[in-house]
Design a protein around this ligand. Structure first.
Ligand code: SAM
Length: 230
């Protein structure tokens, strides 16, 4: 249960410098990429060097798993610091990646302000197969309103799963929601988001497991649309 977790009352109450000491202290920078249910952090670690000026945040509900990711990031930061003193070309410092232990289904707007995100990832989410459990799915009409709130117009929701039924479910709900429009992989690649797509397919621990089991993966991406006010 998440009852014992402390949550920030609002994004304004968060001191991001505690998560990104070198990049957020005194800069007002906030996370722009959020990996919901980040698991062991493979996507975050893969993307961090590709987007050195962007703050990436993982949200993970499991205590030990989130602690593991925290330790992993700390170790990468320490290794980079050690290495940078011995080389001319400094390695990526992993100062732009962090994690919180959080129930993303309940508290996403406590972490992210309106239109603050440019990318939101739902990679191999728990499928909750039984229909009475569908309300536990991370993509649902109520939650989509929150995702549309935290994503800026033009921002992208990336989903991928090896469960065909869940893929259809996510696609259906996102397509039906008025603030999202489907965007295909080719279009995203033509916009320079190929490295993100590649990481979505191949860099998460769950994605790698699916690969070694020769399973199929279904990708579905959506753009947060701009609503014109008249
Ligand atoms: N995205 C990772 C990957 O592709 O390797 C992990 C996939 S794993 C099947 C799903 C993850 O979502 C688990 O680590 C689980 O603990 C986490 N999770 C489930 N519900 C969550 C919630 N409400 N908030 C945050 N994390 C959640």
């Amino acid at each position: 249960s998440d009852h014992s977790l402390d949550y920030p009352l609002s994004p304004q109450d968060i001191d991001w410098a505690q998560y990104y000491p070198e990049l957020a202290a005194g800069t007002g920078k906030v996370p722009e990429f959020a990996d919901v249910g980040c698991g062991f952090g493979g996507l975050l670690i893969a993307l961090a060097p590709l987007f050195p000026d962007t703050l990436l945040l993982g949200l993970e509900i499991r205590v030990q798993v989130s602690q593991y990711v925290q330790d992993r990031i700390n170790a990468l930061r320490v290794a980079a610091t050690a290495e940078s003193s011995s080389t001319d070309k400094p390695p990526h410092s992993f100062q732009n990646v962090s994690i919180v232990r959080a129930n993303a289904m309940k508290f996403l707007p406590n972490y992210f302000g309106k239109h603050s995100l440019s990318a939101l990832f739902f990679l191999f989410p728990d499928p909750h197969f039984k229909s009475r459990k569908h309300k536990a799915r991370i993509i649902s009409p109520t939650l989509l309103a929150e995702y549309a709130y935290v994503l800026r117009p033009g921002g992208i929701v990336y989903t991928i799963t090896d469960v065909k039924d869940l893929h259809e479910w996510m696609k259906k709900h996102l397509t039906e929601f008025p603030l999202f429009e489907p965007v295909d992989e080719e279009t995203l690649r033509s916009e320079g988001k190929g490295p993100i797509i590649d990481a979505v397919y191949h860099s998460t621990e769950e994605g790698r497991k699916v690969e070694s089991n020769k399973g199929e993966k279904w990708l579905a991406c959506f753009r947060r649309i701009q609503v014109s006010r008249s």
